[in-house]
Design a protein around this ligand. Structure first.
Ligand code: SF4
Length: 378
């Protein structure tokens, strides 16, 4: 298959995730909704079910969810609930609700109350202190709870061998995404900002093994192409999510390529693999402990501003000239971390802009002006 055919397929899935959800159901598969962040998809795969990421929606309007949510909740959380209430996600067999931020914690209870008797909602509390032995034990206990609940839905026991096989699948899936991000930078003439986002977004909706296989095939095609002779600009993106094709089209229109990202829905989600050796539950707990440089996670070395330095280093290594921060409205963790990121970027002489975004954004005029002006200073 040609590069273009692969890209069209990923775009179709990214644009219409509910079609693929229906397809899985027709095939007799059980599908588990997985809210952000850091839910162990491996456990869903090990149970023989399909994990389906739920990251809100750029197309829907918040209506029903207003009854349950404070107005200052981010739109990602509100639209996730909206899709559960308006029937979009009726075909799910269960839902995992992590509680990593101050919005998701109360939202997990809203999901539970709103879905009472209709959909099993599996609560997941990650520990603040994820690295010491007691933190690892806490994570394992939480994952054990998820495993038990998933077993009830799947009607099967998850063995250690099932879990080891699932870890292999997810490691392969993450490796393919890491390779793609690198290739997208080298071939940014072919992989536009819109296409890059669609490929990475599709990962949340496809069966992980099938996605890895398709992406490996696309990567092989990309590797055959000559490196781009790119005359435009390059940036690194940062934030929780930047998957709105209309917003990304502005980057393509201004010849701005995405060299790398520090985005929760993209690279932050596939940086770290789990060990394929030893106790698989411990391997998953250790994988979560090994996640670093994320504003959502406690950093015992926070006085060193390691996350900001990590982002600066990423910009330098990727050959980008600046950073675009997609700041989700009402996202406290991102807002609170911004001064530290700005300080590091300013110290390194790296230009950046902060774009306020949410999933109810319909008018891109202001963003377009800001991005155009930013392209001129790069
Ligand atoms: S966007 Fe921010 S506030 Fe909303 S769920 Fe994510 S981390 Fe929490």
């Amino acid at each position: 298959m040609s590069t273009e055919v692969f890209l069209n397929e990923f775009a179709e899935i990214s644009e219409h995730p509910y079609r693929i959800l229906s397809q899985y159901k027709k095939e007799g598969k059980k599908v588990i909704g997985v809210l952000p962040y850091y839910a162990p998809a491996e456990l869903v795969v090990a149970a023989g079910m399909v994990p389906m990421g739920i990251w809100g929606s750029n197309k829907k309007t918040i209506a029903h969810a207003k009854e349950y949510c404070a107005t200052f909740y981010c739109t990602i959380a509100q639209l996730a609930l909206e899709m559960l209430l308006d029937g979009t996600l009726d075909q799910l067999d269960g839902l995992i609700t992590p509680t990593i931020c101050d919005t998701l914690r109360p939202m997990s209870q809203n999901f539970r109350v709103a879905m009472e008797g209709k959909l099993p909602c599996i609560f997941l509390a990650h520990p603040q202190q994820r690295k010491p032995a007691f933190g690892l034990q806490f994570t394992m206990d939480q994952y054990q709870h998820i495993k038990t609940e998933l077993e009830k839905i799947a009607g099967k026991t998850i063995t250690d061998d099932d879990l080891r096989a699932a870890i292999k699948v997810m490691n392969k899936n993450r490796a393919a995404r890491r390779a793609f991000v690198q290739l997208a930078n080298e071939h940014c003439d072919v992989i536009s900002a819109v296409k890059r986002s669609a490929v990475l977004r599709a990962a949340w909706f496809m069966e992980p093994a099938a996605y890895a296989e398709k992406l490996e095939a696309l990567n092989a095609e990309l590797a055959k192409l000559p490196a781009a002779d790119w005359k435009g600009k390059k940036i690194v993106t940062s934030g929780i999510i930047c998957d709105n094709p209309k917003l990304l089209q502005i980057f393509d229109d201004n010849k701005i390529a995405i060299a790398a990202d520090d985005v929760a829905q993209e690279s932050r989600a596939f940086r770290v693999d789990a060990s394929e050796e030893g106790d698989p539950m411990m391997a998953l707990a250790q994988q979560f402990a090994d996640q670093d440089y994320d504003i959502l996670l406690y950093d015992e070395h926070s006085e060193q501003n390691r996350r900001a330095d990590f982002v600066v280093d990423k910009i330098k290594k990727s050959g980008a000239q600046g950073l675009v921060l997609f700041m989700q409205q009402f996202c406290d963790p991102e807002e609170m971390e911004y001064p530290y990121l700005k300080k590091a970027l300013d110290a390194a002489g790296i230009p950046h802009i902060k774009l306020g975004v949410d999933q109810q954004m319909r008018d891109f005029g202001q963003a377009s002006t800001a991005i155009q002006a930013f392209a001129d200073v790069l």
